[in-house]
Design a protein around this ligand. Sequence first.
Ligand code: URA
Length: 186
Amino acid sequence: MLNWDELYKQCMECRNCPLHETRTHVVFGVGARDAEVLFIGEGPGEQEDLRGEPFVGRAGKLLDDMLAIIGLNRDNIYIANIVKCRPPGNRDPLFVEQEACIGWLRNQAVLIKPKIIVCLGRIAAMQIIKPDFKITREHGVWFERGNYKLMALYHPAALLRDPHRRPETFEDLKRLEAMIKETCSR
Ligand code: URA
């Protein structure tokens, strides 16, 4: 029977792909283990690798601001990444690295049982929602898989690079807020 302690312990020792060779920390995830909303990023950057926590750099600060707009914070959601070890130089995680790592996240989702999954950026959306996901066309669109409602937002790092996308993201956040009201009990 799957449990958090066992999953965490095994994940900390993971050597499923070569990213383990260059990591400082495995970035497991943070937040409420019974969260109704699960946010999924791409993979740890430099700061996350050093601290062992997701989204603690500049993009993380923006993510906190985005969450606050709709009354969310790190204590009432869960945040994890597609890959748990930093890809060197912050490159995109390779598909083989994603596949080697995704079992940890799937098990976390089984334990959390979220109602809503929010993918942050293209990489997470392609892995979680569908392989041909197009972030420019499909951000803010709701998808359904089994018991989950899914949507993608622009990645906060993309919003730092392209601030003109922020108004669209504000609209997407409002859509997320409405879905939380409709679907979640808390
Ligand atoms: N970008 C991500 O996708 N995840 C993090 O944890 C940090 C930056």
